[in-house]
Design a binder for this molecule. Structure first.
Ligand SMILES: [Zn+2]
Length: 121
């Protein structure tokens, strides 16, 4: 008999979920069937013209310049064209930098893992 009671008790959440679902469907149907015109329109603030309306700023037109490296025509403020910038970045990112990054990574991981090993002793 206690087994039957516990089985019935375990069904209660399912019954509750089914009741909520049915109630949700009823509400959804009610909102779909009711005409929307019966609801009052939400109040909107009136549009007031901006009193100090200035003319929009114009972009300064900068004359095109040339790349310092290869002489290609590029937009105003830049000094290097895109291929020359990539070449310059590639020159600074050398294999020594990568080796240094690996060294720092290995030292950091050794410190973390070694510290964990020492703490576990
Ligand atoms: Zn260039």
């Amino acid at each position: 008999m206690p087994n039957n009671t516990s089985a019935l008790a375990s069904l209660l959440p399912l019954v509750g979920a089914a009741a909520l679902t049915v109630q949700g469907f009823r509400r959804l149907r009610a909102t779909r069937e009711s005409p929307r015109a019966s609801r009052p329109a939400p109040l909107q603030p009136k549009e007031v013209p901006n009193p100090d309306l200035r003319p929009p700023r114009r972009k300064k037109i900068v004359p095109d310049s040339t790349c310092h490296h290869c002489g290609t025509s590029i937009p105003g403020r830049e000094t290097l064209c895109t291929p020359c910038e990539r070449l310059a970045e590639g020159a600074t990112n050398s294999s020594a930098t990568t080796a240094l990054h690996w060294l720092v990574f290995l030292v950091t991981m050794t410190a973390i893992i070694g510290g964990g090993w020492l703490l576990s002793q």
